[in-house]
Write a protein of this length. Sequence first.
Length: 152
Amino acid sequence: MKILNLTEGSFPINLSYKLESIDVPKIGSLIGNLEVKLRILRISNNLLKCDGSIKGDFTDICQNCLKETILNIFSEIDVTLKDLNEIHSDSSEQDQTHYQDLEYFNLQKFIEEETGLNYPDIVKCEESCIEENESLIQEKNFPFKKIRDLID
Ligand SMILES: [Zn+2]
């Protein structure tokens, strides 16, 4: 586990490395390595910027046809880093802010959060894979409606 102290030292910090595994709920499984490239800049005492990219391939299941699918994930990172103690006093309402203890900054946790945020909500084997079940569901519901109509 990589812990950085972002409250001191020299900036920018340039990082380029490969992760063999990540622990993010509800995403596919990583094939090979996740390539991480990051640059951390210090804007002021309690304000840092992080940009770079995360790249990796994942196997997942198509939500429609359940076929195994490979996703190539490439996420650009452009995030503001702030200390946890500012989470309540912060009124800027930027959604691209990651809060963490800047003295013991857990890089793995940051990467996992960013990967989870950038992972697609809907996984499809291909763009044109559409839901076949929809018409079936409608047909199934129809008889009930008819019966209710009769009762009324
Ligand atoms: Zn599909």
